[in-house]
Design a protein. Structure first.
Length: 256
């Protein structure tokens, strides 16, 4: 009887010492969960790196010219090189600056990156009208890519307010006029003025300045040196608009 009781107590103690099973198999190291966790970690790291790089480039380009752009690189590959020289805004005549505003964004000095009146007009007019400001086009030309797509427009909408906060209006226009494409493989107002008129921008008349910017924002089918009747009429309208901006003070933010 004594032996039986001892065996029973040993059996009960042994059963109590066994860990309870949760019913789930332990996750193996390096399994699917671990792989997904590593993917998420790298996605976060890459996103942070891109954001930091973007913010850093916005601050750097506030003072230094962009080294290049995606559009310039692509054009260089297609054409075996590009014509591009940086020209400080002090060397870009005011007539040309005002002509750029008259051609692309007459309310440039009044808006904060988005022209809501132009956006409403574009929505009412459908695809026949555009609403991109010079600020938006600068963001597209410097950091993004050409063509119409919702991802690009979304990124443009996110970056534009940051540039407006970090850069004065003169700087935005300066960068725009230096990275905009004026002909196939021809970037910036200095190269554009040479291509079409064989002159420095400072030597252009108001009519020539208006013709030069009349090819923006898409110069593929436009020739400022031999303008069509429609392009000549557009340039004349731009020249009138530039004079109006000079008189009413709406271009004061980009003047000396």
């Amino acid at each position: 009887m004594g032996m039986a009781r001892k065996t029973k107590r040993s059996t009960a103690k042994s059963s109590r010492s066994k860990p309870r099973s949760s019913g789930k198999a332990p996750e193996k190291e390096g399994g699917a969960g671990s792989v997904f966790a590593r993917i998420r970690l790298w996605a976060v790291r890459i996103t942070l790196a891109l954001v930091i790089g973007l913010l850093g480039s916005i601050l750097i380009y506030r003072f230094l010219p962009p080294l290049t752009t995606a559009t310039i690189v692509q054009s260089s590959w297609r054409n075996g090189g590009v014509e591009w020289n940086w020209l400080p805004i002090e060397d870009i005549p005011e007539d040309l600056r005002r002509a750029a505003l008259a051609a692309e964004d007459a309310r440039f000095c009044q808006h904060w990156g988005f022209d809501m009146a132009a956006i409403r007009a574009a929505l009412e007019g459908g695809a026949a009208r555009g609403a991109s400001t010079i600020s938006q086009q600068t963001v597209k030309n410097v950091w993004l890519w050409q063509g119409r797509s919702w991802p690009r427009k979304a990124m443009e909408a996110l970056i534009t307010p940051l540039v407006e906060l970090a850069w004065p209006k003169r700087r935005i226009l300066e960068v725009y006029l230096n990275v905009a494409e004026f002909d196939e493989g021809v970037f910036g107002v200095e190269a554009g003025a040479y291509r079409y008129f064989g002159k420095l921008p400072s030597e252009l008349s108001l009519r020539e300045a208006a013709l030069l910017v009349s090819v923006l924002p898409n110069p593929v089918d436009r020739d400022a040196g031999a303008p069509s009747r429609a392009l000549a009429a557009r340039a004349a309208s731009i020249a009138d608009g530039a004079q109006t901006l000079a008189r009413d003070g709406r271009a004061s933010c980009i003047e000396d």
